[in-house]
Design a protein around this ligand. Structure first.
Ligand code: URA
Length: 442
């Protein structure tokens, strides 16, 4: 018989938990025989004593199986997705999904909303009039099958045990455990029924994890659990020391994504990260032998317009306008104020406090502080300055898209405070390293 206090004591005393014990705990989380007090005590025990890779895998699988796990039969290619730990101007998913589909993969991407300083893929898609982020299961499956990609929002039937545990971790200062974060992220992703998963773990001033070492620890943890659970997975550590795209916001990022897919405006930083994540995904999915071969295919489907065509079809099948990619400029709502801001001194951008830029988007109304907040899709930044670029009082460092003068001034000040102007060009890197599966990771 499962006794919650025995289970908690085992972890408190740093003894191993078996698969059976973890399965019983998650059963109790679901039927509510496990109380909030039990969950919070368990989360605190894990915070201090952690979980080894086997325990993390058992917890991930039990939370994954607490709800629906999608099944994909009769598809002509591998089922793949990407997860990012979140950033500012991180519009990669909008291009990556269609690119992977154009290269032969199927991408049932279930993504989230922005919270805190990071943007959310779902909010970006909701900038597109008519786009339904919560289609029923049949439509979701139809779009994945016919389009090769569907990007939608989370449903309550996906890993519901994680939902309950996460909300308790959130209010008991126990979120910051690599073991629990890994299991929480993966339980939801693995419920998509994937063959392969590529992780984008951000590093730097706008990253979720506070240091390079912690980002790498999270990457190694997720890669190990996913592979143990039978899903091919590798992680790419990418830079978040500055806004990734040229834009940050919702409609402005969709605008940039469409122009990227049209080969009209390709930000080299954004391209480097998108291509690296696409190439990694295609190799772990078994579609290409080397990243170089995969990278060539990525360039091909961008150049020949195939990825754009798939994006357009997905938008339309999910309720957006048929001619969205022809008339994106008219469909995407514009803020009443779109005005440049200037540096107050001459020099080189040495560093950027990227969290502050993300919070400036929130202050403009483009993000939220709590899940129930409404957002303004039209606001944000475009033509954002990059690290190492020269600034002076005549050259715009960004264009602010604001709903009124007060929020414009707030955002202007936030950006000016976030930039360190000096005389030294910083070292700039987009991709740090790839973390692959090591069977011996404990
Ligand atoms: N995101 C998640 O989904 N879970 C966590 O625990 C932290 C971030």
């Amino acid at each position: 018989m499962f006794i919650a206090q025995e289970f908690i004591r085992t972890k408190r005393d740093n003894k191993p938990l078996s698969k059976e014990m973890i399965d019983d705990f998650i059963k109790g989380v679901m039927d509510e025989t496990v109380t909030n007090e039990h969950i919070s005590a368990f989360a605190m025990a894990v915070f201090f004593n952690s979980l080894d890779m086997d325990e993390r895998t058992f917890l991930t699988q039990a939370m994954r199986d607490s709800g629906n796990v999608l099944q994909w039969d009769n598809l002509n290619g591998p089922v793949v997705d990407k997860h990012s730990t979140g950033g500012v101007g991180d519009v990669v998913s909008l291009m990556l999904g269609p690119i992977l589909s154009a290269c032969g993969a199927y991408v049932p991407m279930i993504s989230g909303r922005g919270l805190g300083h990071t943007g959310g893929t779902l909010d970006k898609f909701e900038s597109i009039i008519g786009y339904n982020v919560t289609p029923d299961d049949q439509l979701f499956a139809k779009v994945v099958k016919e389009c090769g990609v569907a990007i939608i929002g989370q449903t309550s039937s996906l890993a519901p045990a994680d939902k309950r545990i996460y909300s308790i971790r959130d209010t008991t200062s126990t979120v910051e455990s690599v073991a629990m974060i890994s299991s929480s992220i993966l339980a939801k992703k693995l419920a998509e029924g994937l063959d392969a998963l590529c992780l984008d773990v951000k590093v730097g001033s706008g990253a979720f994890m506070p240091t390079y070492e912690k980002s790498k620890e999270l990457a190694q943890s997720i890669v190990t659990i996913a592979n143990k659970a039978g899903v091919k997975c590798e992680a790419v550590l990418t830079d978040m020391n500055q806004v990734l795209a040229s834009t940050a916001g919702n409609a402005v990022e969709v605008f940039e994504a469409v122009e990227y897919l049209m080969n009209k405006n390709i930000n080299p930083r954004l391209h480097a990260v998108t291509k690296a994540l696409c190439s990694s995904s295609l190799v772990i999915a078994g579609l290409y032998k080397t990243e170089e071969q995969a990278g060539k295919k990525v360039e091909e489907v961008l150049k020949n317009g195939k990825a754009l065509e798939i994006f357009s079809k997905m938008v339309n099948m999910l309720g957006g306008p048929l001619d969205f990619v022809e008339k994106y400029d008219t469909y995407l709502t514009k803020a009443p104020i779109i005005r440049p801001i200037y540096a107050q001194q001459t020099g080189i951008v040495e560093s950027m406090n990227t969290i502050e830029i993300g919070m400036a988007v929130v202050g403009l109304g483009g993000g939220r502080m709590k899940p129930s907040d409404k957002i303004d899709h039209s606001v944000g930044f475009s033509q954002m300055i990059k690290l190492g670029e020269k600034v002076d009082s005549q050259t715009p460092i960004a264009f602010v898209h604001a709903k009124d003068e007060d929020t414009f001034k707030f955002a202007e000040q936030k950006v000016l405070n976030a930039l360190k102007i000096g005389d030294k060009a910083p070292k700039i890197q987009e991709i740090y390293e790839t973390v692959t599966y090591d069977e011996n990771q404990k």
